[in-house]
Design a protein around this ligand. Sequence first.
Ligand SMILES: Nc1ncnc2c1ncn2[C@@H]1O[C@H](COP(=O)(O)OP(=O)(O)O)[C@@H](O)[C@H]1O
Ligand SMILES: [Mg+2]
Length: 384
Amino acid sequence: MLYLWQKYTAMDNPFILEPYRSKELFCDRETESALLLDYLLNGRNVTLISPRRLGKTGLIYRVFDEVKQRGLPVETYYADISSSSCIEDFVQLLSESVASVLARQNRMIELLNALKGIRPVLGYDPVSDTPKLSFTYQSPEDKRLTVKALLSFLENNKRPVILAIDEFQQVREYPGVEMEALLRTYIQPLHNVRFIFCGSKKHMMIDMFTNPLKPFYDSTAGISLAKLDKDIYGRFILSLFAAGGKSISPELVDDIIRWTRDHTFYTQFLCNEVFRISGSVVEEEDIRKAKENTLASNLDRFLECQRLITPGQWKLMKAIAKEGEVRHPTAADFIQKYKLSTGPAILKNLKSLVDKELILADIDGSGVVYCVYNVFLSRYLEAL
Ligand SMILES: Nc1ncnc2c1ncn2[C@@H]1O[C@H](COP(=O)(O)OP(=O)(O)O)[C@@H](O)[C@H]1O
Ligand SMILES: [Mg+2]
């Protein structure tokens, strides 16, 4: 075990800020990764939903790594479509995902053959160090056929395929094409390809997969990713500090988790900063300084955010930040305490802030809970 840690600690901060590096640096998610893999291996497609920055993408890579470690005869593909705004972008990102795997296997020629009706041109992106296909379309039909051809290629792959499409709700934004209906039609007959549809916009994802009027209705098993268990995360953080040659008290770890509201990205970030600035014994002062540094390095972003919304919206965000979470935003005591405007104006501002993803509207057993989405912005507002 010690050996495994040593290879990271010599020169590296163990608190990763990318979705996944290795099992050792990834906290828990044992139940979720086992369930996700089990569903896929039993022939089911899966929807994976949670707010942003909680660990969906990391979980997908954890599962892909598990497939590799166990030597399962399955190929894994990952396409992040968050930057796409039309079907051409979708084709581009999907083809890059497929090409990056095939290039490593020296099988690009197979892909080019499968797509020869569409005559893609093979290039190379020196920045991402991956092959790049460019397509010229004669007609809108060509674009749809390219999606179909890429999926058929995976269907005809010798080994079964898992294809993860990240931020899947983005397909709703494509103009001039019923992308959900199109994909459902192409995906339904596939036997060799299992899908992970991953998404951060809960209401859209729920609508896509549980509304009887929508093409993907009832076609997947759902996994809703929650926050990490606080005790498990606390022990994980303690062990990574120890493995990095630093000691920290459980009380200070609790403070980190509390201040970052155990929202994984923010917790990892603060741990990374504490690790960076501390000596062999982490002091309370290091935690204070790490919080201060973190807010200071984000200040420009916060001010830009203030500039982009109305004073009324900013005031409402500040009130929500000071409360931590709010269940009844139009309640008289909340309005009075923060001298907010009328109920209807609050609801209008709230809707706008939720649409901009500045406020998270999460649903739990007792209804909707509102909080400032970005935990660091929330801590900044709270102190104003
Ligand atoms: N299980 C985990 N262990 C350690 N860090 C994690 C874990 N899950 C997520 N993270 C951290 O949180 C960040 C956000 O995770 P990510 O998978 O990108 O979230 P999402 O896809 O839900 O937006 C990652 O960059 C990583 O730093
Ligand atoms: Mg993600």
